[in-house]
Design a protein around this ligand. Structure first.
Ligand code: C5P
Length: 314
């Protein structure tokens, strides 16, 4: 394809979605955010960002999804503007074409993954030569999950979600069935607000207590085998507050847990998407095909996915 403003200088960044294998709310921070202990995992449901280096100095975005804004509230635009500001070069410009495949408002970090791809892609396209840790640091200003989406894989995520610790594991062969009712979205701030109203009496207060909890989570091996066989201690706290309020989540969890061979059935992030793990992709895909009518009858979109060992890829 020939782009009208391009000086044949473009790249494509692949932005992987994530699921939460674990999400524990530890308490409230002084900045108003929640202190979390999570395990996030990249999956091969991904958006594609085609970025054209341009002569102009604007950040232009268009996408194949007319339900999302192409303006300054889009995390792609926010990330690109922040990067320009950071390197102090307001002359930089880009035209971005977004192919949106990750459902919006689903708990899959679609917006954060796009912001992550913007940081990594523009760092290369604009020859900025920032280190990954510099991009991760910058990404905190855009959202709590953006840092994870840059490097991805399977990681422990603490703090607001942006303090990352790599988990030592070989490439995962697990399969996933992911479902979402396309007619609903869950607002992350509202999910946290409701959680606080219902569960703040269980919050830990002191950093030493947070650290004790982190240490417990660090001792789990988080291998595929552990995820399939020992669901003890693995949870998504937000599910406790979202499930009773969102019937589509209840429905999704019920269908997934009744599938033959499903393990660790859980909501992802603040929902409403839910997933089940399978021994491998082949099993997940087979079960998805065999139960396709059931998902359709329940009004659920469904995907068979694999785990990915990285976040953004160019
Ligand atoms: O960081 P992000 O933009 O994804 O957060 C969206 C909202 O979710 C925050 O404004 C906050 O209300 C809530 N949140 C929270 N604690 C976190 C992450 C998010 O309370 N660790």
């Amino acid at each position: 394809m020939v782009h009208p403003n391009a000086n044949d200088n473009y790249l494509v960044a692949n932005a992987n979605a994530k699921i939460n294998l674990h999400l524990e709310v530890l308490g409230l921070r002084t900045d108003g955010f929640h202190e979390l202990a999570m395990v996030m995992q990249s999956i091969n449901l991904s958006d594609k960002l085609k970025m054209f280096n341009c002569e102009h100095n604007n950040i232009n975005l268009k996408s194949n999804n007319n339900t999302i804004s192409n303006g300054e509230d889009n995390l792609i635009i926010k990330a690109a503007m922040l990067l320009k500001k950071e390197v102090g070069n307001l002359e930089l410009g880009v035209d971005i074409e977004l192919e949106k495949n990750i459902p919006v408002g689903a708990g899959l970090a679609g917006g954060s993954a796009d912001a992550a791809a913007t940081f990594v892609g523009l760092n290369k396209l604009w020859n900025l030569n920032l280190e990954i840790n510099e991009l991760e640091k910058l990404s905190k200003e855009i959202g709590s999950d953006v840092a994870f989406c840059i490097s991805g894989g399977r990681q422990l995520c603490f703090g607001r979600g942006e303090v990352l610790e790599k988990i030592n594991y070989n490439d995962s062969s697990l399969g996933i069935i992911l479902v979402k009712d396309p007619s609903i979205q869950v607002s992350t701030p509202i999910a946290y607000k409701n959680y606080k109203e219902q569960y703040s009496n269980t919050y830990l207060e002191y950093e030493s207590d947070f650290e004790n909890k982190r240490n417990i989570i660090r001792t789990y091996d988080w291998s595929d085998k552990y995820l399939l066989n020992s669901c003890k201690g693995i949870q998504n706290d937000l599910q406790k507050t979202v499930r009773p309020m969102v019937s589509e989540v209840e429905k999704s969890l019920k269908i997934l847990s009744e599938l033959p061979g499903s393990h660790l059935v859980s909501m992802s992030g603040s929902g409403p998407s839910c997933f089940a793990l399978f021994q491998n992709y082949h099993d997940a895909n087979k079960i998805l095909n065999e139960h396709f009518n059931e998902f359709e009858k329940a009004g659920l979109s469904a995907w068979a996915c694999s785990m990915m060992s990285h976040g953004v890829q160019i």
